[in-house]
Design a protein around this ligand. Structure first.
Ligand SMILES: [Zn+2]
Length: 69
């Protein structure tokens, strides 16, 4: 049996961090800002693709929350 939560009660939002290799900008984002995700089965983690707010360059970053807010 698998329980599936439809809506979390008071669940905090995961915040991720990214350093842009192209322009050097560092920024934080949440899943709402993520353009696409890639489940890397071989490496065993999920990659998030989010465009840099400064230069627009979209590169992947490992899905690893730095905090929740
Ligand atoms: Zn950038």
């Amino acid at each position: 049996m698998a329980i599936k939560i439809i809506k979390e009660s008071g669940q905090k939002k995961a915040i991720y961090f990214k350093h842009c290799n192209r322009c050097g900008c560092e920024f934080e984002f949440s899943m709402e800002d993520v353009k696409s995700t890639f489940d890397d089965q071989r490496e065993g983690y999920v990659v998030l693709y989010v465009p840099c707010p400064h230069c627009g360059d979209t590169t992947g970053v490992e899905k690893k929350p730095i905090r929740y807010e």
